[in-house]
Design a binder for this molecule. Structure first.
Ligand code: HSE
Length: 429
């Protein structure tokens, strides 16, 4: 039997208008597949003139209470983003017995515990597929599809802007600044790109995924975030020579009960499935103890892709929601002393006797073993010296870098990029 869902949309920006357009275009398909007819009853936006010009057969208001207090509305789509008034809209909607869908990653990543308490207090249901990687249905897969697994790790290209920039640096030899300007011209990067290029957006997404995967609350402020602004075309070119590509990864690993969660540029082998994900596309690899690695690729942003995830949540919530996330305490996070990784180190040094031995001596004193060294013969006084290490402790490597930068023959800040060979997964296969 057909079930009608009256939807209220709060926020008519990229995602809100995308949801309206998707429902207008595909409502027959949705109904044929699911038996659910979605009707957009009311849209709320401060710019009512803009909305009225774009829609028909739908009430338009600038007061969100007209949606949260309307007894005929079943589901509220909170699509304004930010913390306030988004959290009030969600709370009020639930108090009035409505289910809510949202794309608000900041609210979920930074106030995840508060959101869960709100769900418990009000008995409401919250769908947030659109908060992580746009249209890729990764939350559904993590919560339901992989329910029979302990999640060993999640590794993802979670930000389209930075993947676009790194892809263009690699394919066209552009500098970071040139690739960013290109991304802004094409609308893949915001006028103020800080949130994307410094790793915050990917940080929010990996925090949400880790909370769901491990059932623990996570203090977002404790996640180390490093963006891509320091990556140079030289690093991209050396990475290629060594058989790697550089990606901004969000990583969450369970290592003996402690969580290692971080965001940073990472060198990954060219043949790894994530290496071939280019331009604005996202990719997530979830490694379950029973199934092994599962990889999903797709558009992580944009009007239609994100609307696809919002509608997926609406359809799911229209059935009896079977999944209720809950936390069983705060996550135990790894300390910097415990985190280990392989490293690529790039230094600009004088080309004189004894330099390599002083640098290798510094690494040796900190018990860091060298895997390879590259110094190409160039006709210049200063030369790039590249060292790739075996696994080393984060804290030891930071101390080494501080010491190396003090040598007067080292002429620039040292560039440090982590190298991930995914050996753990290979061993299991
Ligand atoms: N700005 C994000 C990205 C999309 O570039 O992937 C929204 O999370």
């Amino acid at each position: 039997m057909k079930k009608v869902i009256n939807l209220g949309i709060v926020g008519f920006g990229t995602v809100g208008s995308g949801v309206y357009n998707l429902v207008s275009r595909n409502s027959r398909t949705i109904c044929a597949k699911t038996g659910i007819e979605i009707k957009v009853k009311t849209i709320c936006d401060l710019d009512t003139t803009k909305v009225s010009a774009a829609v028909s057969g739908t009430a338009v208001t600038s007061r969100w209470q007209d949606i949260t207090e309307d007894p005929e509305i079943d589901v509220v789509a909170e699509l304004i983003g930010g913390i306030s008034p988004a959290r009030e809209i969600i709370r009020e909607s639930m108090k009035h017995g409505k289910n809510v869908v949202t794309a608000n990653k900041k609210l979920l990543a930074e106030n995840g515990s508060e959101m869960l308490e709100m769900l418990a207090d009000t008995g409401g249901s919250l769908g947030f597929e659109a908060a992580v990687c746009g249209g890729i249905p990764c939350i559904m897969v993590l919560n339901k599809g992989l329910a029979g697994n302990n999640i060993i790790s999640i590794t993802g290209i979670l930000n389209g802007t930075t993947n676009y920039i790194l892809s263009k640096m690699e394919s066209r030899g552009l500098s970071f600044e040139q690739a960013l300007a290109d991304a802004q011209r094409l609308g893949f990067a915001e006028a103020d790109p800080t949130f994307d290029v410094e790793g915050y957006d990917a940080g929010h997404k990996i925090a949400i995924l880790a909370m769901l995967a491990y059932g623990r609350s996570i203090d977002f402020k404790t996640i180390p975030l490093e963006g891509i602004t320091k990556i140079s075309p030289l690093d991209i070119s050396y990475a290629q020579d060594m058989g790697y590509t550089i990606k901004l990864l969000g990583i969450a690993k369970n290592i003996n009960g402690k969580l290692d969660i971080r965001v940073h540029p990472t060198m990954i082998p060219k043949e790894h499935p994530l290496a071939s994900v280019r331009n604005e596309f996202n990719s997530i690899m979830m490694d379950g103890d029973m199934i092994g690695p599962v990889v999903m690729n797709g558009r992580g942003a944009g009007s239609s892709a994100t609307a696809s995830a919002v509608v997926s949540d609406i359809v799911q919530l229209a059935g009896k929601p079977e999944f209720h996330p809950r936390f069983i305490g705060a996550a135990k996070l790894m300390s910097p002393e415990q985190r280990i990784s392989r490293y690529y180190i790039r230094m600009l040094t004088e080309d004189s006797p004894g330099i390599l031995s002083q640098i290798s001596g510094t690494l040796g004193r900190h018990k860091i073993s060298i895997a390879s060294v590259i110094q190409k013969e160039v006709n210049a006084e200063l030369v790039p010296l590249i060292i790739v290490t075996h696994e080393a402790k984060d804290s030891s490597m930071q101390k080494c870098v501080t010491e190396i930068e003090k040598f007067d023959f080292v002429k620039e800040h040292v560039t440090l990029i982590r190298v991930e060979d995914f050996k753990q997964q290979e061993k299991k296969q």
